[in-house]
Design a binder for this molecule. Structure first.
Ligand code: PMP
Length: 398
């Protein structure tokens, strides 16, 4: 008899389950707004020209595939630091940032969580309500008690800033606070500069440990503007914080698993000690990251010419998302529906305010798939499906 006989079936991932239902749907006009991927106007995942060029030149060289260092390719981690903290960052200058290449942004979160569990075993973590579902899963799996802080206000489709401040203000000192730097997943609701400044002050006063997740840098206003939270924490005098970053979206390299964990310490010497601990965590998990995706990103960011062209390619994705937001709001307005808040939200996602029952009707009657919470992926809209989606949303909200 098998030793696995009592293993129970784990619950399926709700988003992947939705995609399966979408794939099985035979209606030609179907639209999947449930995804977390940027699709182009033709409904394809783009391969950026800059990535293609680096890939072709790497292929032509036929390089051997030895192991890379535990904390990744130095060209990759250096370029990542500059993108996150700014090329003229005083923290970088002082050697206070320890960065490792990780298996996607998810890997950065997990390595960061394992690291913090080792060095601060009693700390809890607070995440926004709502947050990306994996935040809870990753930190709980690493042994953390996960708390919520208020974030989204359904009444305004915007930020519950008073609730956020009140909840952060009540956290025990030493608590880790997970903050989305920009393009909040799932709501699309972000803090403005003045609000970030208040949060930075509060975090400092309460002696909390900021853990910033930046998975959509460049998807709202640009690579520098979208990193403002990191830059404000860097300038705040707070001695220690953590950044998990991902290139999955900004380089359209989802399956290459390109991310990074950056840990800021009080001094260069502290950063070196922290990095030695990060390497132990990585070693115990997957030993070292993979070569290909990291080489692509390092190749693009390592050349001024390619980096400039990548910024333009990323800019085109961002501009298109803004246009899709406008297009949806305008079409809904033409149906007499007021969804202006979708324009205020940022990044790939929007909490549309649609109820579970309305989302069910969209799927059943119109073959339009969205998450039960009402989250839609704006980047899955295009000029071919906008009219239909707007008409269907108007119909289910009648
Ligand atoms: N953080 C957030 C908020 C995300 O939405 C995602 C991806 N959906 C990630 C991290 C992880 O990204 P990756 O695919 O690089 O693991």
């Amino acid at each position: 008899m098998s030793l696995f006989r009592s293993v129970e079936m784990a619950p399926g991932d709700p988003i992947l389950g939705l995609t399966e239902a979408y794939v099985a749907d035979t209606r030609a006009e179907k639209v999947n707004l449930g995804v977390g991927i940027y699709y182009d106007e033709q409904g394809r995942i783009p391969l950026l020209d800059t990535v293609r060029e680096v890939e072709q030149s790497l292929a032509a060289k036929g390089l051997p595939r030895g192991y890379i260092p535990i904390d990744g390719l130095p060209a990759y981690t250096k370029a990542t630091q500059r993108l996150l903290f700014g090329a003229d960052s005083s923290l970088l200058e002082a050697g206070r940032v320890a960065t490792s290449q990780t298996i996607g942004g998810s890997g950065a979160l997990r390595v960061g969580a394992d690291l913090l569990k080792r060095v601060l075993p009693k700390a809890k973590i607070a995440i926004s309500n709502p947050s990306w579902e994996n935040h809870r899963v990753v930190f709980a799996s690493a042994g953390f008690e996960v708390e919520d802080y208020r974030y989204y206000d359904p009444a305004t489709h915007g930020l519950d800033f008073a609730g956020l401040l009140e909840d952060l203000g009540k956290l025990e000192s030493g608590t880790v606070v997970l903050l989305h730097a920009c393009c909040h997943n799932p709501t699309g609701v972000d803090l403005d500069t003045a609000q970030w400044k208040q949060v930075v002050e509060l975090v400092k006063e309460r002696q909390l440990l900021p853990f910033i997740d930046i998975a959509y840098q460049g998807f709202d206003q640009g690579t520098d503007a979208d990193a403002q939270a990191i830059r404000l924490f860097a300038d705040s005098g707070i001695e220690a914080f953590v950044v998990a970053s991902s290139y999955s979206k900004s380089f359209s390299l989802y399956g290459e698993r390109v991310g990074a964990l950056s840990v800021v310490g009080a001094s260069k010497e502290e950063a070196v000690r922290v990095q030695s601990m990060v390497k132990r965590v990585i070693r115990a998990n997957y030993s070292s990251p993979s070569t290909h995706g990291g080489s692509l990103v390092a190749g693009v960011l390592g050349s001024d010419e390619l980096r400039g062209r990548w910024e333009a390619e990323l800019g085109a994705m961002r501009t298109r998302i803004h246009a899709l937001r406008d297009g949806l709001v305008e079409r809904l307005a033409a149906h007499g529906r007021e969804f202006g808040f979708i324009r205020e939200q940022a990044g790939m996602f929007s909490y549309s305010g649609l109820s579970k029952a309305q989302v069910d009707r969209l799927r059943e009657e119109y073959a339009i798939y969205a998450i039960g919470t009402g989250r839609i992926c704006v980047a899955a809209l295009n000029q071919n499906n906008l009219d239909r989606v707007a008409a269907a949303v108007a119909a289910v909200t009648a």
